[in-house]
Design a protein. Sequence first.
Length: 88
Amino acid sequence: MRPAQRTKGLRKVKKRSPGGKQIIHYERRKGKPVVCALCKKPLHGIPRARPSEMKNMAKSKKTVNRPYGGNLCSECMRNVIKSRIFEK
């Protein structure tokens, strides 16, 4: 990789070559995990991808198929729905 391409957007990963030497590879960074809007826990079923990768994914791979999917975790979703039912 050319020195001009070794930017902060890539992370350094140490790899061991077959000869036993440690060499540095440069890999793309992963995106931050999507978190629940209420409890801030990472959401299951949603990949850690950069925004440029997410925009090329199908919608079924970016969200979870339930109310508030991709926004709230299952526990918080249950609590919100229960509170709405008891409110009425």
